[in-house]
Design a protein around this ligand. Structure first.
Ligand code: SF4
Length: 233
């Protein structure tokens, strides 16, 4: 019989362990974090564009398209007034074509209801079709500086390995648990850097296959160390 997943990460991760994780992650990020254009802005729309592009596409393919898109549609107003065909064509060659439609719809709704701005509270943000829990957390923390947690595939993998280590990383209950961990380890300050660091660490060190455990700053406190490639995807 499967052991139940215990939730309430706040009770499971001691304050000292949270501090250690934050400190090591931020130290790592200051040395090794990538210099990406969406880390130089707090414009909510620009953050949203980067997050939607990064949902299904690697960073190196997103970079030129992000610049091209913002040259062409620098504001939600500009995107909202663009013809649909133009928006679809500008998105190419990025795949998964529901994404430009969603961005376009968000732009039109923001102009119609919020004066061409994105709201800064979670409930209103999530009322937009195409802005889910993760994207809302990214916009709130990166654009509005709020203490909002994130959990994308990279972040879930890091938190699962460091704080859980065993079991099925992909079940629904585990996902809720990992959200709880993400909220628990989030610091009060440096939220922007911390969330960016989590994503970067998952994308470059604690990668899905062959994570760099031997040079990893988390290794002495990681529940999955040494990572067993047979143990999870
Ligand atoms: Fe990931 Fe390995 Fe580091 Fe653990 S020790 S966080 S599995 S890279």
């Amino acid at each position: 019989m499967k052991a139940p997943i215990r939730s309430h990460a706040a009770h499971l991760i001691a304050p000292a362990a949270r501090q250690r994780f934050r400190r090591r992650l931020l130290e790592w990020y200051r040395r090794h974090g990538r210099d990406l254009p969406w880390r130089q802005t707090s414009d909510p729309y620009h953050i949203l564009v980067s997050e939607v592009m990064l949902q299904q596409t690697q960073v190196d393919r997103v970079l030129p398209k992000y610049r091209e898109w913002l040259d062409k549609y620098p504001t939600l107003h500009a995107l909202a007034s663009a013809p649909e065909q133009d928006v679809r064509e500008t998105w190419r060659p990025l795949g998964y074509n529901i994404r430009p439609q969603r961005l376009h719809a968000i732009a039109r709704e923001s102009v119609a209801r919020y004066g061409g701005a994105l709201p800064s509270d979670e409930a209103t943000l999530r009322s937009f079709k195409g802005i889910g829990e993760y994207t809302a957390g990214a916009v709130l923390s990166f654009a509005f500086g709020q203490r909002a947690a994130i959990l994308d595939t990279n972040v879930a993998r890091v938190l699962f390995r460091v704080f859980v280590g065993r079991g099925n990383p992909k079940g629904h209950a585990m996902k809720r648990h990992l959200w709880s961990i993400s909220r628990t380890v989030l610091p009060r300050r440096h939220v922007f850097d911390f969330n960016q660091a989590l994503m970067d660490f998952g994308a470059t060190v604690c990668v899905a296959r062959k994570p760099k455990c031997l040079v990893c700053p988390m290794s002495s406190a990681c529940a999955a160390y040494p990572f067993n490639p047979e143990g999870e995807a």
